[in-house]
Design a binder for this molecule. Structure first.
Ligand SMILES: [Zn+2]
Length: 352
């Protein structure tokens, strides 16, 4: 594949195999990971007696410990088995899913060739990201990298291809942000906003932890020229814990992404009352009543081994299999469910 211009992207969605009509996306997960190195998050266990567990591969014998110590198990933080990714992705496909955004970025060891093989093996449309994660993952070279250089990297990923493969990114992100925001994260946000102006791509943001900060990030991006209606704020379930905060963010016009569906435990984030799926749906129903149906996205952000079915987790098909029936039982209409699973992802992923 050669380079692609903005006029060819406009009105289309870009998967790793090229542009396609947004009408063909079908049920879409806007935030997942098939191949990922999240070992940046690894923490040594506090107890010396836990050290052997932290080095073991995950098994039934240690699964309960790992579920309570997600960040203390190195094996848990690395999704590097392509065959496993294919089998797990297939579960989504078999339940009627058709498109997945793999948000892995440059700091996650993004692997376009592996994503292409997963797409071929499963028949799924895979949309690849282009971004940098939170500042501790950036690496030393980020201190001297200029905003212009980052803009160029993002634009080249989208218009020319990643790592010489010819497979092009279809979204900017996920871009990592922290509380407080680091100066290198600010540089990446500014570059993302400019790259959006040049390409017409959407931007997806790994949310900062403090509940006041997502609003600040939207303001930074808008001031740098991004369109708030073309931004996804991820991690709503763990970040904005009141309806008022969620509405305040929705008023900017950005998308609110509930991407922790299936996650019940958040032991590694003390102080956060992680909602279960029932509460997530209740929150979404309130947002719909407040007029924000067209700004909500749903995903599972599979990023640890424990989240995959082969390790006893919920897996990529969880929303279709187990969340949608609860939505129906709570009175959501088929039209509303279709907007959340198909129409909203289609809208945000279409280049303008
Ligand atoms: Zn993610």
């Amino acid at each position: 594949m050669g380079a692609i211009g903005r006029s060819q992207l406009k009105g289309k969605v870009q998967t790793i195999f090229g542009v396609m009509s947004p009408d063909d996306l079908g049920i879409t997960l806007p935030h997942e990971h098939f191949m990922l190195d999240a070992s940046i998050y690894y923490q040594e266990p506090e107890l010396i007696s836990d050290m052997p567990l932290s080095r073991q591969p995950i098994s039934l014998e240690n699964l309960n410990w790992v579920r309570h110590h997600q960040l203390n198990s190195r094996d848990n933080l690395i999704l590097d088995d392509e065959q496993e990714a294919i089998e797990e992705a297939m579960l989504f496909k078999l339940e009627g899913g058709s498109t997945v955004v793999d948000c892995s970025n440059r700091n996650h060891k993004r692997d376009p060739r592996a994503l292409a093989r997963i797409a071929r093996a499963t028949g799924l449309n895979i949309i690849m990201g282009s971004g940098y994660y939170v500042w501790p993952a950036h690496g030393a070279e980020m201190d001297t990298k200029t905003e212009d250089e980052i803009i160029q990297e993002f634009v080249e990923d989208i218009t020319e291809g990643v790592d010489g493969t010819g497979s092009r990114s279809g979204i900017i992100g996920e871009l990592g942000t922290s509380s407080p925001l680091h100066q290198n994260e600010l540089k990446v946000l500014n570059a993302g906003a400019r790259a959006q102006q040049i390409t017409g791509a959407a931007i997806t943001i790994h949310a900062p932890r403090h509940e006041a900060d997502p609003l600040r990030v939207i303001k930074i991006l808008s001031d740098a020229g991004a369109d708030p209606h073309r931004i996804i704020m991820c991690d709503i379930d763990r970040t904005l814990l009141t309806h008022e905060r969620r509405c305040e963010l929705a008023q900017t016009g950005c998308y609110l992404e509930y991407d922790h569906f299936g996650q019940l435990d958040y032991y590694f984030m003390p102080g956060i009352d992680m909602p279960n799926d029932n509460y997530r749906i209740n929150e979404i129903i309130r947002l719909i009543e407040a007029g924000y149906l067209n700004q909500i996205l749903l995903s599972q952000d599979i990023c640890f081994k424990t989240m995959r079915c082969c390790y006893g987790g919920h897996g990529y098909a969880h929303i279709i299999k187990y969340v949608v029936p609860v939505m129906r039982a709570k009175g959501m209409t088929e039209e509303e469910i279709n907007i959340l699973l198909v129409e909203n992802p289609k809208c945000i992923l279409t280049f303008i």
